[in-house]
Design a protein around this ligand. Sequence first.
Ligand SMILES: [Zn+2]
Length: 156
Amino acid sequence: MTFLERSREPEAHKHWYGDMEASYVYSTGIAGERFFSTLRDKGKILGATCPKCKKTVLPPRMYCEVCFSEMGDWVDVGKEGRVDTFSIAQVGVGGEPLEEPVVYGLIRFPKVEGGLVHIIAAKPEKVKIGMKVKAKLRPRKERSGSILDIESFKPH
Ligand SMILES: [Zn+2]
C-alpha cells in the first residue's frame, strides 16, 4: 500500500512487517557536560545546589525542580555513598547469559537528592541495602567523559 492508496478497512491494519531505522543523538546539556568533563578531568562527582531550597541534587541540573531557581553552587559530593537498592543481572543486554552475575545499584550520597545507578563490584550475596560503597575511578588516561569513567562502586 502506498500513500496514494486509501484503505477502507482500518481493522485490516493491526500489524505491519518491516524494519524501522532508529538513530539518535542524545545531548547531555550544559549541566551534563560540566558533570562529565569534571569527572573526566578532575575525578570529582559533582552535584548542584539550589540557592533557595539549599538542596543538592545528583545528577546536577541547571534549574531546581522544586522552585525553578537557577542552581547556584556546584559541589563535590565525594566518592562515598550507600546502596539504596540493587538488582542482579544474569544476562547481558543482548540476552546472552553472563559468566558472572553483575550487580547494578542505585548509589545515594550523604545530604544529596538523587544518585547514580552503577555497577557494584561485589558478589551478589555480599550486597546489602544501606551498605557503604566508594567510587573507583578509571585511571585519568582511560577516562572519556562518560559515566563509565567510574569503573564501579566497591564496598567500603
Ligand atoms: Zn529550589
